[in-house]
Design a protein around this ligand. Structure first.
Ligand SMILES: [Zn+2]
Length: 262
């Protein structure tokens, strides 16, 4: 009988989370987006874990910077990542429809294309668990770097179709700041007020605010609520014109946050 999959954050840099996947009774593990090798090595060494798999969501240095050094220490580890991004350390190149079978962890992950933050960003999904890198954040979303606003809008809309009990493992602890902007957009959203209080308590206790649930994102994350009248009205007020599609509302919200908030 399989033990439960354990998913734990390894904090890195100022606000990154490298996700560690393991199971009790096995020394095999996987990590998602190891931007730094040192904190990963420290945890794996202390726990006697062997790195079998490295999963990459996109090309940015704070997600891939530790791959080469980890691979040197655990040469049998396999490095998976997005086919459409230039990442020299990749061994298996993935896109939508691919499935990653991690036999040691008894885990099968579906690959989703979620471009926008970068041009080839992918996410990994299995059994109500989503590793979405810098696409969807708790109460926010990634900036548009080498993708387009339309792509990121579409990607978030596709993630919104996943089961609402999906747990969202994003790659940064940005939640408190994101809630601040969400309150600009929807100052009267009661679910947002509840979330703010809960996240503040967690952060004051030194706990991560992630994973969140997709249900929670649909209730409080303005970037997942571009079809809601209050969100549309706020985006139109900022843009100073009528916005006729969710992608236009999304683009106004993302630009508003980029220019005026952070
Ligand atoms: Zn990034």
């Amino acid at each position: 009988m399989a033990s439960e999959l354990k998913i734990e954050p390894i904090p890195a840099f100022d606000d990154n989370y490298i996700w560690l996947l393991s199971r009790n009774g096995s020394d095999a593990c996987a990590v998602v987006d190891p931007g730094d090798d040192e904190p990963v090595r420290e945890v794996l060494t202390k726990r006697g874990l062997k790195l079998k798999t490295i999963l990459i969501t996109h090309k940015h240095g704070d997600h891939v910077g530790g791959v080469a050094a980890l691979k040197a220490d655990w040469p049998k580890a396999t490095v998976y990542g997005p086919a459409r991004e230039p990442i020299p350390t990749l061994e298996r190149r993935l896109g939508a429809g691919d499935v990653v079978e991690l036999d040691e962890l008894e885990l099968s992950l579906d690959v989703l294309d979620v471009p926008g933050h970068t041009e080839g960003h992918i996410a990994y999904y299995a059994h109500g668990v989503l590793f979405c890198g810098d696409t969807l954040f708790a109460c926010g979303c990634g900036r548009v770097f080498s993708g387009t606003f339309e792509q990121l809008s579409d990607s978030l809309r596709s993630l919104a179709e996943l089961p609402t009990d999906t747990r969202v493992y994003c790659a940064h602890e940005y939640t408190m700041a994101n809630i601040g902007f969400a309150k600009w957009v929807e100052p009267d959203n009661p679910d947002l007020a509840v979330r703010e209080e809960r996240v503040r308590d967690l952060r004051e206790a030194g706990e991560p605010s992630v994973p969140s649930s997709l249900a929670e994102e649909l209730l409080t994350n303005p970037f997942m609520r571009t079809d809601q009248p209050e969100v549309i009205a706020a985006a139109e007020r900022w843009a100073g014109r009528e916005l006729s599609s969710p992608a236009e509302v999304f683009t106004a919200l993302r630009s508003w946050k980029d220019k005026d908030y952070d």
